[in-house]
Design a protein around this ligand. Structure first.
Ligand code: G6P
Ligand code: MG
Length: 222
């Protein structure tokens, strides 16, 4: 294993609740609808604009807004979201992550962020994790979001590795699909049925260890 390609939201820290709160506020204020709770997981791994498209679809208002208005609403949601993530600290890092990053650093295995979030640099900074990563792929610079392979291909490239030499870690179905499409080895965190396409699935981030990632990598090589 020459590198580890990390999703951020739901892997390094739990931001889904902040995304959901920000979208709920926007949906209420601008579209007059209350988002059902299942939207929290339905928007995992989905880009900002695609999330808004799904919400507008739910509110049945898709044809009523201009592209400029849609962009304005996405910006407004991001304002609410940034207010929440500005308060993140080291205490918000998910269990097991600091130990995993230390194990990978001790083995000189580079780590890269492959997140759809344009807020990844700010989140990493507030978690105090920026220096643990060799690179952060800019999602604005890849042609297609997850489930397309682009962001994981770019992440491997950022460390001079081929995707086949890397393990990708994800909590979203679209992310597992993207890792597989890139030709990297997928490790899923969450529900084994939902993430069945991953090489190995663990229940929580506390179960992520170097040994698990290496096991997934070796299993795929067979
Ligand atoms: C991640 C999250 C999504 C979010 C996307 C874009 O994939 O799981 O819920 O919509 O990033 O995040 P951003 O911070 O750029 O709005
Ligand atoms: Mg995620």
């Amino acid at each position: 294993m020459q590198g580890v390609l990390f999703d951020l939201d739901g892997i390094l820290t739990d931001t889904a609740k902040f995304h959901f709160a920000a979208w709920s506020r926007l949906a209420q204020e601008k579209l007059g609808v209350t988002l059902p709770a299942e939207f929290e997981s339905r928007l995992k791994g989905v880009s900002r604009v695609d999330s808004l498209v799904r919400i507008m679809d739910y509110a049945q208002v898709t044809d009523q807004y201009t592209p400029e208005q849609i962009e304005q609403m996405a910006n407004e949601k991001n304002g609410y979201y940034v207010q929440a993530i500005e308060k993140l600290t080291q205490a918000d890092i998910l269990p097991g992550i600091p130990a995993l990053l230390a194990e990978l650093a001790a083995r000189k295995i580079p780590c890269v962020i492959a997140s759809a979030s344009k807020n990844a640099p700010l989140i990493l900074k507030n978690l105090g994790l920026t220096s643990e990563f060799a690179a952060i792929v800019d999602p604005a610079k890849v042609a297609h979001g997850k489930p397309a392979p682009d962001i994981f291909s770019a992440a491997a490239q950022a460390i001079g590795a081929s995707p086949a030499e890397c393990v990708g870690v994800e909590d979203a179905v679209a992310g597992i699909t993207a890792i597989n499409a890139a030709g990297a080895v997928a490790v899923g965190v969450g529900d084994p049925q939902e993430l069945a396409a991953a090489e190995i699935i663990v229940p929580t981030t506390a179960d992520l260890t170097y040994a698990v990632l290496e096991q997934a990598y070796q299993a795929r090589a067979k």
